[in-house]
Design a protein around this ligand. Structure first.
Ligand SMILES: C[S@@+](CC[C@H](N)C(=O)[O-])C[C@H]1O[C@@H](n2cnc3c(N)ncnc32)[C@H](O)[C@@H]1O
Length: 370
């Protein structure tokens, strides 16, 4: 093996590039936190509703202090997240600010596929939980999902794909299911780890004869899911229950024709048991769909793929500590590669899995073969 000496000039350039990248990352973290602050205070919807506003007007509309409103507006405008309406040189007290149509779509439309706002609600959750995560790193323990207080953010983050893609692209990719779900005697559907219920609600909304049973361990998620179902007018056909899906014997056998798990298997301490629950619940010709992160098939570092980086960041700060909170734990983390899921599925009694031909930046769809 030959080693090449790094010249002082090369080293200086490398240090400069490294420092620049670190600086950009730190700046992004600061700015992300300020977007989270704006969301918590309701500043974006107020700006959108009011139209071009001064700091005093925004402060009055949102019941915050005008001096703070001015600082937030100036920071957001400097960072390019809101626009100065009119002359930027105007006296700061009279300067007006507006949220562009693009900003409104990304930050204020919860069902839009461009909705990125919930990411900042996760950012806000990181600060308070960091000591517990650090403790888990030291002890090998974990941090329970409920301690993060992110069930709304989690629900909001995936809601657009459930509303827009689940019933139009994803479930129709299971052969025959679009017709069966639309029929007068549709398949019985069950979902495990349903969170705030947006997937089950989307299914019941799309197909008026379908009934869905959905389970989650988190009380706050189930309470929110029931409310969302009532608001959507489908509470008579969607049943949400608190249950631990890693206990197969607690669930009925041969009861469902379509068995679903969305972005939850990697979070579990005992993923094989959850998959065994799915297998148990399915009828003889049931279809089993697991949707999980579209992580790279193999470790690759460094990567410029922002999605892979997002998955690793989520894993370090959230999914791995959550999965390690319950013992014994498989310690999966967000980056559950296809081979890992295949192993879990065969451990649980499935014979194989196929990846469905659905393109999506964040998610890969697996059909488990019983
Ligand atoms: C990442 S969230 C996904 C929620 C929802 N499927 C979605 O896509 O928004 C993972 C969910 O799995 C649930 N969960 C974790 N362990 C569970 C268990 N043992 N039994 C039932 N649900 C569980 C959590 O409470 C959480 O709601």
């Amino acid at each position: 093996m030959t080693t090449t000496e790094t010249s002082p000039e090369e080293l200086e350039a490398q240090i400069g590039a490294y420092a620049e990248r670190l600086f950009g990352t730190g700046l992004a973290a600061f700015e992300a936190t300020i977007i989270a602050l704006g969301r918590q205070l309701g500043l974006y919807p107020a700006l959108a509703e009011r139209g071009p506003s001064t700091a005093a007007e925004l402060a009055e509309a949102t019941a915050i202090d005008p001096r703070y409103a001015r600082e937030w507006l100036e920071q957001q405008a400097v960072a390019g997240w809101i626009d100065v309406a009119g002359d930027a040189g105007e006296d700061p007290e009279h300067r007006r600010y507006a949220l562009s149509p693009a900003g409104q779509e990304c930050l204020l439309r919860p069902e839009s596929l461009a909705s990125v706002g919930p990411l900042f609600d996760f950012v806000a959750a990181v600060g308070p939980i960091l000591p517990a995560v650090a403790d888990a790193f030291r002890t090998g323990g974990g941090v329970p999902y409920a301690d993060y207080g992110i069930h709304d953010a989690q629900g909001d983050f995936n809601r657009p794909v459930f509303v827009n893609l689940l019933t139009t692209e994803w479930l129709p990719a299971l052969p025959g299911f679009a017709e069966r779900l639309a029929s007068a005697a549709p398949p019985a559907v069950v979902e495990i780890g349903c969170g705030e219920g947006w997937a089950a609600i989307a299914i019941a909304t799309a197909w008026p004869n379908v009934r869905v049973d959905a389970y989650d361990l988190d009380d706050a998620s189930i309470a929110a899911a029931r409310q969302h179902a009532t608001d959507a007018g489908v509470s008579d056909r969607v049943r949400f229950e608190v249950a631990d899906v890693t206990n197969p014997d607690a669930f009925p056998a041969d009861a469902y024709d379509l068995v679903l798990a969305f972005e939850m298997i990697h979070d579990l301490a005992r993923p094989q048991q959850a998959l065994a629950t799915m297998r148990r619940m399915g009828t003889a010709d049931a279809a089993y769909l697991v949707v999980d992160e579209r992580v790279a098939e193999q470790f690759e570092a460094p990567t410029e793929n922002p999605i892979e980086r997002l998955f690793y960041a989520a894993s370090v700060l959230h999914c791995l500590p959550v999965g390690m909170a319950d013992k014994p734990s498989a310690g999966t983390g967000t980056v559950m590669r296809p081979d890992t899921l295949r192993r879990y599925a065969t451990d649980a009694g499935f014979t194989d899995l196929d990846v469905l031909p659905i393109e999506h930046d964040l998610f890969r769809l697996y059909r488990l073969v019983a």
